[in-house]
Write a protein that binds this ligand. Structure first.
Ligand code: PRP
Length: 177
């Protein structure tokens, strides 16, 4: 990878908007009247979460959890840590986890297990993207935006070395090695 990689657009802002709208419709259909707790996984999900919830026109609550499984490069260390925990009780709540990407699945599998132990009434997962070719831990994604190829994604919250989160599109970084 060169020092200043340039992303190639994979999904445009417009394609993302259409997909987020579809997901909001599916979530509204299932959660309207249930007063769910949406838990965004920081940092990557912040932009998706913000766009998604403004399309949900029923009462809900928002929480965030920060996990870390990646170092400052493109490969997962495989070790998941809770960097910032929940402040809300989730026992008895209808919980919907909001992720930007399920890659190896190690982060999400850890998180779902962690949350399930707190005895929510229900626990589901919404992920904007899914990279099934890299899966190491099985994960069921209840609400999925895009299935993506085995490329490194950036933009719309996703980073490479903390850069590119602010891109309005989702791009890929090509390996140049
Ligand atoms: C990313 C992403 C997921 C996780 C998926 O987070 O937001 O939480 O990796 O990877 P996995 O399926 O291989 O476990 P990351 O640890 O990069 O932190 P960030 O969201 O702060 O960028």
């Amino acid at each position: 990878m060169c020092s200043e990689p340039k992303p190639t657009i994979l999904f445009t802002k417009g394609e993302i908007e259409t997909t987020v709208r579809r997901l909001a419709g599916e979530i509204s259909r299932d959660y309207r009247g249930k007063y769910p707790l949406l838990i965004g996984v920081l940092k990557g999900s912040f932009m998706f979460m913000a766009d998604l919830i403004r399309l949900l026109d029923f009462p809900l609550e928002v929480e965030f959890i920060r996990l870390s499984s990646y170092g400052k490069d493109k490969e997962s260390s495989g070790k998941v840590k809770v960097v910032q925990g929940l402040r809300s009780q989730i026992k008895g709540r209808d919980v919907l986890v909001i992720e930007d990407i399920v890659d190896t699945g190690l982060t999400t599998a850890f998180l779902l297990d962690y949350l399930q132990k707190k005895k929510p009434a229900s626990l589901r997962l919404c992920s904007l993207t899914d990279k099934p070719s890299r899966r190491k831990a099985p994960v069921i994604i209840d609400y999925l935006g895009f299935t993506v190829p085995n490329k490194f994604l950036v933009g719309y919250g996703l980073d490479w070395n903390e850069k590119f989160r602010n891109l309005p599109d989702i791009g890929v970084l090509e390996d140049e090695e």
